[in-house]
Design a protein around this ligand. Sequence first.
Ligand SMILES: Nc1ncnc2c1ncn2[C@@H]1O[C@H](COP(=O)(O)OP(=O)(O)OP(=O)(O)O)[C@@H](O)[C@H]1O
Ligand SMILES: [Mg+2]
Length: 96
Amino acid sequence: MTPSLLNLENVHTYIGLYHILQGVSFRAERNRITLLLGRNGAGKSTTLRTIMGLWPASRGRISFGATDVFGRPTSDISRLGIAYVPENMASFRTSA
Ligand SMILES: Nc1ncnc2c1ncn2[C@@H]1O[C@H](COP(=O)(O)OP(=O)(O)OP(=O)(O)O)[C@@H](O)[C@H]1O
Ligand SMILES: [Mg+2]
């Protein structure tokens, strides 16, 4: 069976002393658009940062295709072809 494009299983992430992600699991399939919805502070950005290794997960499993990315540095993860565009970084010019 072809692995999912992205697969999170029982992912836990701490920010300092705070246990922010408490067992996050989902799959993003190839050729599909996957939305992560939730109220303010639900953990969407933390989930994306965890996938990128910017807030490293303390336990669980994260795979990109057949590659296990849990515990890998952000530089390695981005080289696999995963990108994260932060919401407040003014990545694109909005005026000339
Ligand atoms: N640097 C930090 N230090 C401490 N707690 C944090 C930090 N960043 C996020 N949190 C906490 O982690 C939880 C999840 O925040 P996160 O930013 O992932 O939510 P979000 O779903 O992206 O929210 P929003 O819709 O406002 O973007 C919140 O309770 C937030 O206060
Ligand atoms: Mg956010």
